[in-house]
Every structure is written in structure tokens, then in C-alpha cells.
Design a protein around this ligand. Structure first.
Ligand code: GLC
Length: 646
């Protein structure tokens, strides 16, 4: 069936199923007329349209009818403010619901805390019902229509969303769409022999096909989940499991799978979710002879899901979790005919890695070189910018980038893993190894921002000068996150510098996964104390949390006041003449802004020819001072300056 025929059949179904005298129904048809073509064109790339069109329209009509009036109103507001997530006022906060405040009602009680911090975007890490026991931090979902028992009900989720919305905070949830838990109903039914559900997965009777795929597939968890297939007695077959053996990859080539997820998205959107984080999106399409990441169909499917969502719930956006290289990440925002039609936000993994790498090397050349390879994004999208998340850091230094600045990729990755686990002489980082690759010796690193930046070691040494340096380094790194342009994502507890949590080692379902080191529970007493005036004689730990909170608050308040930080404009990055100086240049029509960061532990001089044409009187928004640039300016170790013409 052609795109045009499928589209006009679908439209006829919509008109027949809706009441054009009702405002919401008319609005839905308008949106179908606007985005329906992008929907069917993308579906056409992957599916037989006769198998999918009417099923999808039935889902759309039912979900539209179920959408609460207040969310229709939110849709209307966001149609008028499509750049809401690009604005400098957007401040993200990311947490596990239980580790932050126990459950939905507990989070409701902490909304005032988030508001006070300036948060306008809250990502609650997996809250949907996971399998019992080991569940990859909730990323093994067994029911997309229920919350984890101890977190509350779907009604509690909707009530929290309403409360957040009233406080100007948007809600993000994970949509784990590459795999389901082995205990999910689809998997249960596949095991009990229902062909329909067996076709939701990749099941092979013997090793022949799996072995062919394995030749080009990388391993995500070589340590605790080697291989990409798992033998299942009940299935009597090998099932595709990219991640853990209990996470079964679903087969997106099956149109029923597409429709299931469209329905799941609709249900989450109707509970007030504003943004869906597309977990491990790169992996959803498999092709023999490839790494099975980022295939063209991934982007066609995302475009189709995005347009379906846009028609149903235009206030909802997508965030891609695609931890891929500079050359691949642009496709998740949409390139060429897909520009702006895929995800609205994607994580800037390279920036995160390069910030840490620059700090370790005290040198910004590699950062500058690799970031200069990014092309401008569609100006309706934004980076998700972060220093840490709940996962490990893979030292994604590209070999060619390393070469270009006189380094060896492998040796530099080894250096970073050594540096951030404190093995490199002089390093004060306290990360933990994750997933050693026995072939190369390379490994990834877990740890909180405070552990990686030296705060943990400095506090342990009780050396006030060391603490000063570590705090400056920490805030310098976070200033890059808040200054880059895009949604800054503050990981829970980083506003007070939480240290590594080693209690996971005592829990057998977590002990082999060091990512739990960087998922400490919130320390509420410390968080509250950090907001009060500092008492004389406070301990080093208390004063450190206090200074971090004050520093982060200052960065947030400053960012919010600067129109030049709107994500619609791309940041240009260059290294200053002096080793260790990073310059972010934001040529925004609302005003030129130049940011300087010294990632080295020695002071530097930055001359005016490094400042993108900025001369004369400037205002440094970080210190609040105005001065004449003259020939240039000094920058102290780990100092940052956000300059605009005064
Ligand atoms: C994403 C999550 C990670 C999880 C994986 C599998 O990368 O961030 O925590 O292990 O997907 O769902």
C-alpha cells in the first residue's frame, strides 16, 4: 500500500471515529493533516502499511478520548511555546524515585526543594514495574502499565505529574524499548508456545544465526553478561539478549511490536509524562554483518513514534539515549529529510567524556578537536548535557581524534581509566572499574562526580587546600554543563557533592555492577543543611556541601538570566593558546557570549585574539564583575568566566 493511500484511509478512519464539532477532535485531525505524512512515510520504510495503519488509528482514537482535559490544555500551551525545553530556564534533575524520596508521594513532598533549586525538568529513573530480583536498576520492565509496587500506583504518578506541572516542572520517564524482562507477559506467552508472542522476540533453534551475528556484535556487559544470546529451556531456543540474560530484545520488524509501544507511549503521555527517554534506542534494529546499532530503521521507527506522539500529545518530546560517536549522534535528531522529526533531545556523551578527559590531562586540545567534529543540530532540538549519570563512563576517545592531537587512542583510554580510579600517579580521583575488556585491557569507570573530581579524596585527607582545589575543579566542570547550551542534567545529590556509595557490594543482586557506586541515596539532612547559613566551626564535610550547593545555585541562577544560552544556537568550541584553556563561543542573536574555562591547575593568560572578537568592556556573569578586557585576562586554576559585552 502506498503512503498516500494509507494516509487517506487513516484520515477517513479518524474522521469517522471522531466528532468534528468537538474542539479536541478537530485539533487532532488538524495535527494529523500536519504530521500524518511524516508518520506514514517513516512507517513505509519499515512495515507493510496495510498491516499497521488501521491498528494504529484505533489506538490513536482511543488514547485521544482518554486524554485528560488538563493535558489537552497543556498541548495547546506547548504548541505556542515549542522551544520550552531549549530555554535557558530549563534546568534538569535526574534521580531514582526511591533513592530520592521513597515513592511518588515522597517526591510530591520534595517538589518545593526542586523548585528552590531552580529545577524545571525532572527525570525519574525507571519507575515502571521491573522483574523481581536483579533488574538492571529497573531497566528490565515486566509491566509498562504499573509502577514498581513500593513506588505507588499509576494514579499516584498522574497526581505527581499534575503537581509538578503546577510548579512549572516537566516530567521525564524512561521508555525501555529495546527489551523487556523475561517475566513480561509477552515473554511468558512466548515461552508457553504462543506463536504471536514468539514473533515479538528473536529466537533461534541453534547457534547458527547467533554465531553469525556475534562476529560483528560488540558486548555491552562482557563481565557479567557475556554474549548477546541466551539459551532458554522453556523456549527451546537462543533468545537475543543484548544486555543481561533476563532482558529480552524485542523484534521491531514486527508491526505488532510497533503498535504495542505506540499504545504504551499513549498511556504514559495520558498520565502526564512530558518527555520519554528512549533507552538504548540505538540497538533496536538488527542487521547481519553490522554492530546492530544505529541502523537506518532505528531512525525511521523513531520518526514514526515521534509523529504518532506529536499527533496525539503535542506537548510530549523524545530524548534519545544514544551513547554513540560524533559521526552517528546527529541522526538521532534527524538529518536530511528527517531533520527535526526524530528525537528532540539527545545526550551529549562526547562532551561529558571530553570534560573529564580535559581535566585529567590538564589539556583542552583533544576536547576542542573532537567537539569541532559535531555538525550543527536542527535548531528545534537540544543536547542533554551532563557530567555524570547513573551509568558508568566509557572512555569514548576516538582513535583518529587522539591521533590528530598527537595521542594514541588506546593508551589515552587506558590513562583515563587509570586516572579516574586513582591509579595514575598524582591522581586524586576515586572511581571504580567497570567491565574490563580482557582483549584490550580497557575498562570503563563508575563513580560520583565528587569521587571523580577529587572531592572524596580531599575530604578523606582532611586537607583544606586540597578540598579548595577539588571544589573549584568540580564547579568548573559543572559550569561547562550549565554553560554549553542544551538541557543541563544535574544528577541527584550532585548539588551537595554526594560521594560514592559502597553498600551495593553487600547486595548480591548488585555487587557485580559497580554503577551502583554512583547511585547513592539522597542525604536529606545534608541537603537541607547546605541551604542554611554556614555555622562557624562547621566540619569540612559540611562546609564542602555548603560551598558546592552555593556554587551550583549561582550557576543555575546565572544561566537562567542569560538569553544567549538558548539551545537553538550551537556552541563553537576552541582551545586557547595556553594549554588547558577551553573557550565556548555562543554567537547568539540576543547577544554574543564567550565562556572561558581553565581545566589546568596552573593559572593562564587568555589574550583578546582568543575571544571570538569580544573586546572592550565586558561583564563576567559568574563573578558579577565588569571590566575592560584590554589585552586579555588571567584565569586562575579551574576558574570559569562567562563573558558578554557590558
Ligand atoms: C541504558 C541505561 C542503562 C541500562 C541499559 C539497558 O543504557 O542507561 O542503565 O543498563 O540501557 O537498559
Amino acid at each position: 500500500m502506498s503512503v498516500e493511500t494509507a494516509q487517506s484511509k487513516a484520515r477517513a478512519m479518524l474522521v469517522a471515529g471522531l466528532d468534528t464539532s468537538v474542539r479536541e477532535d478537530l485539533e487532532l485531525i488538524d495535527r494529523f493533516d500536519r504530521y500524518g505524512h511524516d508518520l506514514f512515510e517513516a512507517l513505509f520504510e519499515v512495515y507493510d502499511l496495510s498491516a499497521i495503519g488501521s491498528q494504529l488509528m484505533t489506538i490513536l482514537i482511543e488514547a485521544h478520548r482518554a486524554r485528560p482535559a488538563e493535558l489537552h490544555q497543556r498541548d495547546r500551551q506547548r504548541i505556542l511555546e515549542p522551544d520550552w525545553f531549549q530555554k535557558p530556564s530549563t534546568i534538569g534533575y535526574v534521580c531514582y524515585a526511591d533513592l530520592f524520596a521513597k515513592n511518588m508521594s515522597g517526591i510530591g513532598k520534595q517538589v518545593a526543594y526542586l523548585e528552590q533549586l531552580g529545577v524545571t525538568y525532572l527525570h525519574l529513573m525507571p519507575v515502571l514495574k521491573p522483574r523481581p530480583g536483579a533488574n538492571d536498576g529497573g531497566y528490565a520492565v515486566m509491566d509498562y502499565r504499573a509502577l514498581r509496587d513500593d513506588l505507588g500506583s499509576m494514579d499516584d504518578l498522574a497526581a505527581l505529574a499534575t503537581k509538578l506541572h503546577t510548579s512549572g516542572i516537566s516530567l521525564t520517564l524512561d521508555l525501555v524499548l529495546n527489551h523487556v524482562a523475561r517475566e513480561h507477559e509477552w515473554a511468558e506467552r512466548a515461552r508457553s508456545g504462543e506463536k504471536k508472542y514468539r514473533d515479538y522476540f528473536f529466537v533461534y533453534p541453534d547457534r547458527q544465526v547467533p554465531d553469525q551475528f556475534e562476529q560483528t556484535l560488540p558486548e555491552v556487559f562482557p563481565d557479567f553478561a557475556p554474549g548477546n544470546f541466551t539459551w532458554d529451556d522453556e523456549l527451546s531456543g537462543w533468545v537475543w539478549t543484548t544486555f543481561n540474560d533476563y532482558q529480552w530484545d524485542v523484534n521491531w520488524a514486527n508491526p505488532n511490536v510497533f503498535c504495542e509501544y505506540a499504545d504504551i507511549i499513549a498511556n504514559l503521555a495520558n498520565h502526564g509524562v512530558d518527555c520519554l527517554r528512549l533507552d538504548a534506542i540505538a540497538f533496536i534494529w538488527k542487521r547481519l554483518g553490522t554492530t546492530c546499532q544505529g541502523e537506518a530503521e532505528v531512525h525511521a521507527i523513531t520518526q514514526a513514534l515521534r509523529q504518532f506522539t506529536r499527533i496525539l500529545a503535542p506537548s510530549v518530546i523524545f530524548k534519545a539515549e544514544a551513547i554513540v560517536g560524533p559521526a552517528q549522534v546527529g541522526a538521532y535528531f534527524g538529518e536530511g529529510k528527517r531533520a527535526g522529526k526524530v528525537s528532540d533531545v539527545a545526550y551529549h556523551n562526547s562532551l561529558m567524556v571530553q570534560i573529564w578527559a580535559a581535566i585529567a590531562a590538564k589539556d583542552a586540545q583533544l576536547l576542542q578537536h573532537s567537539l569541532s567534529r559535531f555538525t550543527a543540530l536542527p535548531n528545534t532540538t537540544a543536547w542533554g548535557v551532563y557530567l555524570r549519570c547513573h551509568d558508568d563512563i566509557g572512555w569514548a576517545i576516538d582513535d583518529a581524534d587522539a591521533h590528530a592531537v598527537g595521542l594514541n587512542g588506546h593508551m589515552h583510554r587506558m590513562f583515563l581509566a587509570d586516572y579516574f580510579t586513582g591509579l595514575f600517579p598524582g591522581s586524586d580521583a576515586r572511581g571504580v572499574d567497570f567491565q574490563l575488556d580482557p582483549a584490550s585491557g580497557e575498562r570503563r569507570t563508575s563513580g560520583t562526580s565528587a569521587a571523580l573530581s577529587g572531592i572524596q579524596a580531599a575530604l578523606a585527607s582532611k586537607n583544606a587546600a586540597h578540598v579548595n582545589t577539588a571544589i573549584a575543579r568540580y564547579l568548573c566542570a559543572y559550569a561547562m554543563v550549565f554553560g554549553f547550551g542544551g538541557i543541563p542534567l544535574l544528577y541527584m545529590g550532585d548539588e551537595i557533592g554526594l560521594l560514592n556509595d559502597s553498600t551495593y557490594l553487600k547486595d548480591p543482586t548488585k555487587a557485580d555492577d559497580s554503577r551502583w557506586a554512583n547511585r547513592p541515596p539522597m542525604k536529606w539532612a545534608a541537603a537541607k543543611r547546605a541551604m542554611e547559613p554556614l555555622e562557624a566551626g562547621a566540619s569540612l564535610a559540611v562546609s564542602t556541601a555548603h560551598r558546592i550547593r552555593a556554587g551550583i545555585t549561582r550557576l543555575i541562577e546565572t544561566r537562567v538570566s542569560l538569553p544567549a544560552l538558548h539551545a537553538g544556537v550551537a556552541t563553537r568550541v576552541w582551545a586557547g593558546h595556553g594549554q588547558g584553556v577551553v573557550v565556548f563561543d555562543r554567537p547568539h542573536p540576543a547577544g554574543h557570549m564567550v565562556q572561558i574555562y581553565n581545566v589546568a591547575d596552573q593559572s593562564r593568560w587568555v589574550s583578546t585574539d582568543e575571544l571570538g572578537g569580544l573586546t572592550g568592556w565586558v561583564r563576567d556573569h559568574v563573578s558579577g564583575h565588569e571590566f575592560d578586557l584590554g589585552e586579555g585576562l588571567p584565569v586562575a586554576p579551574y576558574e570559569c568566566r562567562w563573558l558578554t559585552p557590558a
